[in-house]
Structures are given as C-alpha cells and as structure tokens.
Write a protein that binds this ligand. Sequence first.
Ligand code: FCB
Length: 472
Amino acid sequence: MTTTLPASAEAAPGPLAFPPDFRWGVATASYQIEGAAAEDGRTPSIWDTFSRVPGAVVGGDTGDVACDHYHRMADDVRLMAGLGVGWYRFSVAWPRVRPDGGAPNPAGIGFYDRLVDELLTHDVSPWLTLYHWDLPQALEDAGGWTVRDTADRFVEYAVTLHEALGDRVPVWTTLNEPWCSAFLGYTSGRHAPGRQEGAAGLRAAHHLLLAHGLAATELRARGADTLGVTLNFTVADPADPEDPADVDAARRVDALHNRMFLEPIRHGEYPADLLADTEHLGWTEVVRDGDLAAISATPIDVLGVNYYHGDSVSARPAADPGGPSPFPGLDRLSMPLRDLPRTAMGWEVQPEGLTRLLLRLHDEHPGLPLVVTENGAAYDDEVGPDGEVDDPERLAYLDAHLRAVHAARAGGADVRGYFAWSFLDNFEWAEGYAKRFGIVHVDYDTQVRTPKSSARWFSDVARTGRLPDRSQ
Ligand code: FCB
C-alpha cells in the first residue's frame, strides 16, 4: 500500500494552527511509573517476574519503585495540569484491581478512583487504558494470552473498573499495542513473559483481540461513551522497491504488524495473506466460530495510533539478528537503517511516515476518528549546572511530528488529538531506566521532577493550539 504524500507534507517550518477542539495530552502507563509494587493488595504482574530474569532488563532494573507515582499522584497531577494539557492517558494495573486476576480489590481500585477525581478537579480529562502490558502473573501461570480464559478474565476486570469509574471516565481504551503483547511477549521474548514461540504469539494475538471485542461489548452495554483501542503501526517500506523479495517481506511485516489487528476489529476477518503466510504454524485452531464476529461486534469510536518510526524491510537476513524475530514465520528478515537521524533508542526519526500512516488509515477506514495516543523520543538528557534540562532534540522531534500530523489533517485525515509520550521519564521496559522519554525529567534517587525545555514548549503548544515558527 503506498499513499502519495500531499505537497503540504513538506512540513513548512512556519507557524501552524490546530483547531480549538484538538485534544492535547500526555501519556504514561501503570507499570512504567507507579512503583508500590506490593502495596494495598497488588500482586505481581508478568513484568515484576520478567524484570527479575537475569539479562531481561538493562541494569537489572524493575518497576518496584519506578517514579513512585503511586505515592506522588496528587503532585504529579498538579504538575501535569500546570502544563495546560487537557487530557491524560494513563493505564490501570490489572493486578491492583483484581489481584492474581481474581476478586476485586477495593484498595487498588481506590487509587484510580482518587486519580480520576484529582484529574477532574484540575480540568484534565482522563483517557483510560485497561491493558498496557501488566498481566497478573497468576494468569500467565495458567497460560497467559495463549489461552482463551484470559480474555474472559479481562472482561471481568474491565467491568469491575467500569463499575467504579464509568461515571467519570469519558474514553475507554481496551488494549495498548497488542502487537507488542503478543509478539514481543510470546514470539521474540524481548518483553514479558519472555516466551519465544511463533505460534504462541499468534494465539496470544487472537485472544487479545477477543478480549478487546468482548470487553468493548460489555462496556458499551454499560453505557461507555467513547471506546477505542490503541495500536502501534509501522510504515513498512521495502528496502529495495525493485526487489520482489523485499516487497514481499514488507507486505508480510505490514500484515503482521498492522492489518492483523485492525482488520478483525473493523471488519471481523483476518487478512487472507496473513492466514496464508502463517498457516503452517497451526495457530488458527484457537479461532472458534463466532470469535471474529465478537471481535468486531462493537465498533470502536476512536482509533489510538502510536507511532515512533517506520521500517525499511529487507528479505535478507540480518548479520546479527540479536534474538528471534518478532514476526511469526518470518525469520529471513532485516531492517537496514536508512540515512535518517536516530534517537537514543536507535530508532529512526521519520516524521513523514506519520503523515503517510494517518492518510492511509483515513483512506482505508474512512469515518474512523484517529488520535495519536503516543509519539515521542528518548535522548540522553542531562541536568545542567543551573538545574535545568535542555532537550532541543526532543523538542524538534515533537515539533516535526506535530507538523506531520498537521499535514495529514490538511490531506483529509480526521486526526483529533495528540498525546506526547511521555509525561515523565520512566521504566522503559527492556531498557529499564536507561532511556528517558519524558518531557519531565525524573531524578530516580530523589524523585525530583524537572520539566524539560520540551515540556515548556509543549505546554505553549497545548495552550495556544499553535506550533510556533521554526524558520529562524
Ligand atoms: C511504546 C509503549 C510505551 C513506551 C513507548 C516508548 O511501544 O506503548 O509504553 O514504552 O513505546
């Protein structure tokens, strides 16, 4: 699929205005910031377990303390409100709300109850994500996402939370990036629970999608207003567009990364090419009659789009693949780096990919409102002698991607909001605390928060709805 860029995508550096109702927000996730891993009845999640596996996380870091947000929530909300953002996208820790995936835990629910009230008191609207990767370990011990029962437990958890917060939370997102949960969790093993089986990843993907569909239907029946899911898309370009093998590898990456998740949710079917590519893995035995109808039964009201970079895809194997491929059945693959700047994660800075992605989603799913629910960059920030953190590269990254969003809107894409990832520096999964994505710096020794220069810039953008001139 190629989408031609409109001329306006040549991101002009001048001032740009977004409409007054455009939503501006910041995003976080429970395990990455909360800490308090064993408090008020919370039981371990798969990340508590996985982070203790030697070599799984850089520095042996865990989320035991993280940003200690559990104890600093009110101050954090004040800080966020001071930035002038209208929305906060956060996730809920399933093992706080239903420890071990079992009975509801009033003390754990109470934390989110207070968080939501605190946000509303400060005129920040809550955008809630039910699942941002912290599956109760007890459910993983029973098979995790590779078994159907986990989808049923997810629905119970969703309903418990909706009963507690449904009167105050306007937007309910079922899953964050099921591609990562399924394929980094069960196929490449880079993420919790660290399993390395191609078919397990595909089964997990199916049960995640089922969990989405079943929960969406229950939440809608209970009056949830705006329902969505957040997917992480890539823009898969063949490394050599003239080489049919590269073109085919890019197609397969597109199927596994993008279409495998959106097509069932929107149209109740898996892409035919994906089914053909993965048939030999025998995963579809978990797909029961009625599942695909259940996955698509309740239409989403908004699609959350997480974008960091696209990929150049080659059918040539990588010299050093650095572990199993996260694409089930697709081992002969590499993603050669292009001549693009890179962030501290080594990720390419490719803002035009975001324009193309949003235009493609608009073309293929007309009428579906889009919100960029994550976009941002890690850089090696340092606190200056004056105590300030100057991060011009992150500021430039955010600016370039917001220009890319603006260009997509100019081309007709119905993009209604943008959340910067992340509000705070935090536990960056397998990278531990070594990679900083925050617009607010966190000193992990003292837990002091210091807004970076990108936070001050983003605050002005959110307040005015305008990108300032970058031409000088
Ligand atoms: C996304 C995750 C988020 C964060 C960013 C950098 O894949 O959803 O938690 O780690 O990447």
